[in-house]
Design a protein around this ligand. Structure first.
Ligand SMILES: [Ca+2]
Length: 208
């Protein structure tokens, strides 16, 4: 009986199909491997305040921006990823009485300006305070909308008169960072000083 040769046309065709399948699987594995590497590259520990991070879009305000909001709202709008679309707004309004000698009220806020902008908040809806070298994670509590950083109100109507009621956790907080996120996964920060009657914005950054 004659042996069956592999080099019959039908078997050659099968061999070609198998080769193509192996090549395809190999190609698929390479693609998946690259994707995993990329995910690992873009998901490192994000260290707040690390302006040397090469994956950052870093905006250093020169000079630093101070907002007073003296008897009218003063605000600063941030475009963290430089795409000409507004992302966040910091604002202050202070109201003074008795010829500007006595503070009647002060309100300092941050708000998101786009659907894909979020602020890291604590369980009481206060924007969280971060310091240099803190780690910001994607699984923080994130929220959009308007949030009070600090509010101060003069009590003129019930005892004890002329006392102040404070709310918000950003009371005399210096060289600290707001944690922000854009486009659902791009982490960033805004570095500020917040005082009861003014605030200073130093720089802001966002992962590319
Ligand atoms: Ca933007």
């Amino acid at each position: 009986m004659k042996g069956v040769s592999w080099w019959q046309p039908e078997n050659c065709k099968k061999l070609r199909t198998m080769k193509q399948l192996i090549l395809f699987i190999g190609f698929l594995l390479i693609i998946l491997g690259c994707k995993k590497d990329k995910e690992m590259e873009t998901d490192p520990l994000f260290v707040v305040g690390d302006s040397l991070n090469k994956n950052l879009i870093f905006n250093n305000l020169q000079p630093d921006t101070t907002l007073w909001g003296w008897c009218s709202e003063d605000k600063f709008i941030l475009d963290c990823n430089n795409d000409f679309k507004n992302d966040f707004e910091l604002s202050i309004y202070t109201n003074w009485v008795q010829g500007g000698l006595v503070l009647a009220s002060s309100s300092i806020k941050i708000k998101t300006l786009s659907d894909l902008a979020f602020i890291s908040i604590d369980t009481l809806m206060n924007p969280k305070i971060f310091h240099t070298k803190d780690t910001l994670k994607r699984d923080e509590n994130w929220a959009d909308g308007e949030f009070t950083l600090f509010r101060k109100m003069l009590n003129s109507f019930v005892p004890p008169f002329d006392s102040y009621t404070n709310s918000g956790i950003w009371n005399n907080v210096t060289d600290s960072y707001l944690g922000v996120m854009l486009d659902e996964n791009k982490l960033g920060w805004i570095r500020v000083d917040i005082f009861p009657t003014y605030l200073i914005i130093y720089d802001f950054a966002l992962l590319k």
